[in-house]
Design a protein around this ligand. Structure first.
Ligand code: SF4
Ligand code: SF4
Length: 184
């Protein structure tokens, strides 16, 4: 995103630190294997731990994700997991201004001068552009979507909760109105 956007990553690495936060969906595993030139078996053995039936990227001894590179950011950026791709546009931050404010303390890439409503608008557009705007509910309803977009809106069984949207999240009439829209 550009410098004028609601979010510009500063490569600080805060979101790449912490045990067990990066849950992998099946599509993430396939994409990372292809990017790294590893078989599924090799990738799982090298980079993944299984906790409560979920696959998670391993952390290093310093607490950072295995793929974090100091000063450079993500070492697998083109193939990074959807949950990394989506941050900071997690559902909670899109629908709740308090969560968005709390996220600002954690992530210096969020511009506090851009109103929450604009953050949410840009975030939703970004998630759609990335193909990671996932919907809950029956697949046929989700596939139809509020604006007629197609089947990639289906919720995968292993999609991290932070990425799961409700139809009302995308309905402008249902969006929070506490902050004025950002004037272009
Ligand atoms: S916390 Fe925010 S600014 Fe820092 S690396 Fe993560 S996304 Fe970028
Ligand atoms: S995969 Fe990349 S973006 Fe995600 S936590 Fe690891 S280093 Fe950060």
């Amino acid at each position: 995103m550009s410098e004028n956007s609601a979010f510009t990553c500063r490569l600080c690495g805060h979101c790449c630190q912490g045990e067990g936060g990066i849950v992998l969906a099946e599509a993430d595993i396939v994409r990372l294997c292809a990017h790294l030139g590893l078989s599924r078996q090799e990738f799982l053995a090298r980079a993944v731990q299984q906790v409560c039936g979920k696959y998670r990227i391993k952390s290093r001894a310093d607490g950072y994700c295995l793929y974090f590179q100091e000063g450079e950011g993500c070492g697998v950026h083109p193939a990074r997991p959807d949950i990394c791709r989506a941050w900071p546009f997690f559902r909670g931050n899109l629908i709740d201004a308090i969560s968005w404010e709390m996220a600002q303390d954690f992530c210096p890439g969020i511009d506090p001068d851009v109103p929450h409503a604009e953050f949410a608008r840009q975030g939703l557009a970004y998630l759609r552009e990335q193909g990671i705007c996932r919907f809950s509910g029956p697949c046929d309803q989700a596939a139809a979507g509020p604006d007629g977009e197609n089947s990639d809106k289906r919720r995968e069984a292993d999609t991290p909760e932070a990425l799961v949207m409700n139809d009302s999240d995308t309905d402008p009439a249902a969006q929070p109105t506490g902050t004025a829209p950002h004037a272009p």
